[in-house]
Design a protein around this ligand. Structure first.
Ligand code: 13P
Length: 250
């Protein structure tokens, strides 16, 4: 059985009191129900400590981190610092980091290596742009992202990684991949994992879908054969919407 996961990526949103309220609200609701999935919040750095100290049911992750342990990197926060503070997971390879901050495959690879060494759970994001989707080889483009920054890991480490497929054309656009489109890509990603690590690893790797996932489409998307959960942006900012998505796995 693959682990089901629903993760919220708050991106650069919410003020302190809103962040505290949202995290507490989800944590409390989870304490009352019986959900068959793990729940993560990927939140801005400045809210991490409070959330880590107060969450019992939500696992707390960072949206970014620098691979070097310490040094002259003004404005950066190291993965080592995050781990030392109790952060449980990290997003690596999000398309917004790749596109807006020019993060390269080599840099992502370095982050992956450090995060694994620091025992953080890596959520590795991949996905194609609209232009790439319209080309014939979009599947290969996504698989190359995995090959370039992830598949160098030894099997033992790769087993700890969670993959999030997020088609860029569906992020924040209201345009969702159809359940069939998303599932087809997940099947291709799983086949690529099987090529690299064998079937048993592929069958146990959780692959999440992200991109305009919301209460109205979550049930259909998140119950596809090869979709093991969701990485949720906008809809993770409203407790009722996020809980409704989590309830897919109740
Ligand atoms: P939206 O759910 O807002 O489309 O964002 C998806 C995403 O980028 C999650 O990481």
């Amino acid at each position: 059985m693959r682990k089901k996961i629903v993760a919220g990526n708050w991106k650069m949103n919410l003020l302190l009191d809103e962040a505290e309220k949202l995290n507490a609200s989800i944590d409390e609701t989870l304490s009352k129900g019986n959900f068959r999935c793990d729940v993560y919040h990927f939140i801005p750095f400045i809210y991490l400590k409070e959330a880590i100290d107060n969450s019992k049911h939500v696992q707390i992750g960072a949206q970014n981190g620098h691979p070097e342990k310490n040094g002259a990197y003004t404005g950066e926060i190291s993965i080592h610092q995050l781990a030392h503070m109790g952060t449980q997971a990290i997003l690596i390879g999000h398309s917004e980091r790749r596109q807006l901050f020019n993060e390269t495959n080599d840099f992502l690879k370095a982050k992956v290596n450090t995060a694994i060494a620091e025992q953080l759970t890596v959520f590795f994001c991949c996905g194609e742009s609209l232009e790439q989707r319209e080309s014939e080889d979009y599947e290969q483009i996504v698989i190359n992202q995995l090959k370039s920054a992830l598949f160098h890991l030894p099997e033992e480490d790769f087993r700890k990684v969670i993959i999030a497929y997020e088609p860029i054309w569906a992020i924040g656009t209201g345009k969702t991949a159809s359940p069939e489109q998303a599932n087809a890509m997940h099947i291709s990603i799983r086949a690529a994992i099987a090529d690299a690590y064998g079937n048993s690893v592929a069958e146990t790797t959780s692959i999440l879908y992200g991109g305009s996932c919301k209460p109205s489409n979550a049930q259909e998307l998140l119950t596809q054969s090869d979709i093991d959960g969701g990485l949720i942006g906008g809809a993770s900012l409203k407790p009722e919407d996020f809980m409704s998505i989590i309830s897919t796995y109740q």
